[in-house]
Design a protein around this ligand. Sequence first.
Ligand code: SF4
Ligand code: SF4
Length: 717
Amino acid sequence: MEVSFSKEIEQLTLGEGEVFHGEGILAITKALLQSGVSYIGGYQGAPVSHLLDVMVQAKELVAGLGVHVEACSNEASAAAMLGASIHYPVRGAVTWKSIVGTNVAADALANLASPGVTGGVLMVIGEDYGEGASVVQERTHAYAMKSTLLLLDPRPELQTMVDLVGHAFAMSEASNMPAMMELRIRACHVRGSFTCKDNRRPVISALSPMAEPGSFDYGRLAHPPSTFRHEKLKVDERLPAARRYIVEHGLNELHEGRHADVGIIVQGGIAPALLRALQQFGLADAFGNSDLPLLVLNVTYPLVPEQVAAFAQGKRAVLVVEEGSPEYIEHEIGSHLRRHDLQTALHGKDMLPATGELTAEAIMKALLGFVSRYLPQQNVQPVASLLAATDARRQQAASRLDAALPARPPGFCIGCPERPVFSAIKLAQQDIGPVHVAADIGCHSFATFEPFSLGHSILGYGMSLASRAGVSPVMQRRVLSIMGDGGFWHNGLLTGVQSALFNGDDAVLLIFKNGYTSATGTQDIISTPGKGTKQQATDKLASLTASDRTIENTLAGLGVQWLRTVHSYRVAAMRDVIREAMTTPFAGLKVIIAEGECQLERQRRVRPWLASLLAKGERVLRVKYGVDDDVCNGDHACMRLSGCPTLTLKDNPDPLKVDPVATVIDGCVGCGLCGENAHAATLCPSFYRVEVVQNPRWHERLADQLRRLALRLVQPA
Ligand code: SF4
Ligand code: SF4
């Protein structure tokens, strides 16, 4: 990874009394060091990638504290790492993106939660839900309930979040329950400040290791008959201990309000949106003071039945503001009210949207019904008018458009090495016919959008080859499975390759070997070449990935017999290899490695290097592509085969032609795909290649002058 987090790392060194300024996720990272963790692990994924990225680069700092940092191969290995805290009084933290990461980790989590932990355990979970989310929309809450895990949902204010990290470890130790802290996208990126404490060196650590292992204790194994006792312990001892901790330390916030006969129970992470909505009704101020009593649940599992009942006691109605579906918290609160024989009316999803992010606007709509019904003296007209005006503005904007606005889906970066491969797949399909494409998680899933629209299913990270196992036998043509190198190491090697080989499947797998887990932030993987090779690759502007054969060697070692490596940008060669894989009489697993370094990461390395050459007055050559207006016939076949953002349209300069012509705008990184596509698909010859030379040598200047002179002679102005 070429991005440097040196500024962030500086923030991690702040000591007692100093003030941290920055993002929520970095504050959590600092809080881990203040809590005396012995080990930190995880698997990258938005919105929590930053935690692990910073930790991996902060090696010197964390090593000084004796903290071990592990970039795990997937979330299951991260969850399994927490097993250290079952026997030993060591605190550990891991991080991943949920819900998908929690799904991957589920087995280890259940086996961790059953015996319970001695040292405090905290999983920092990126709750990738709502606007901007990139995964299936489900709730992590279900895992907390089923495996008996603590679930914290802190109010997104930095001091609160940091304090709750400390409490999460302590509560985990008090209850023997592993803790999860869910952080929504906005909570990770909220900015603020908090007063730091010194980083804490753990008692047991890499600097002061234990002399002997713990004694054998069958009761700490998630194995029968211990598991039967564990189930009982969870209910009889751990949950009550957690509830005691929550009450004794006031983790859930109780705010009184002048309208004492109604109240709102809200997840901590949603509290700011609720307060903003209440503010519109004149029921809260800008500083978070509410006229309605609030119970802010910074711990959403377990709930404390007595706390809920005490809050509801004497109130005519309580509204539960809970995001997503099913409404687990509301259901549980309903049970507690019944068990306490309270007649308080309970509202929640009857007023709030069942699905989607709870924005201030969505909460305002729900509050309109709640406030009108229970506080009829409150003038809700301004809010009703505001909501109506917003709706009207939306409708008005929509009606003014001649047609729906074009979708702006995410796409490959300019010059991405994966784009040419999808061009090649399109071309191959011209010959072999349409094929079922088992897609995967990663940048390559952008090919499910226009202009490629390739991909019939996505079953999880690294699961494409496994997901075609049921399709292949019932399909006349072979199925094409696509996977990135990130997905290959995360899961695909075992779930897909091993299974296909073991079963002797007639399958085709295409692996993008771009050198990183690009979609999660270009983190390094086991097949990422080292720094020296990267520097070499820059100097020669050669392909980085070619120097590493880890994937090829692994596949060969496992017994893959049909293996081809093709440079991603060689469209015609790639088309031919895909065609061969899909039609060869060889009936086993066929693997194509598409080799080409992630362009984003490459540019991060190449640009500063080129800038340094220019600064020294040295010669720099850049390649760019262009389209000759006179030759372009305006059929735009090149765009349907590329989708590069810098290959676009402009008005036809010929007054006799109406179709816009193709053009290459600034930003082209000269990846060569335009030329490759024109050649492989036998497109019109309108593309040209330009070499831009900065700081040219004397003979280049002379050649240029001669050429200009010749042009003037044959083409006078
Ligand atoms: S990050 Fe890399 S692999 Fe992903 S789209 Fe951009 S260039 Fe392609
Ligand atoms: S050569 Fe073509 S595909 Fe490559 S960056 Fe330039 S315009 Fe885009």
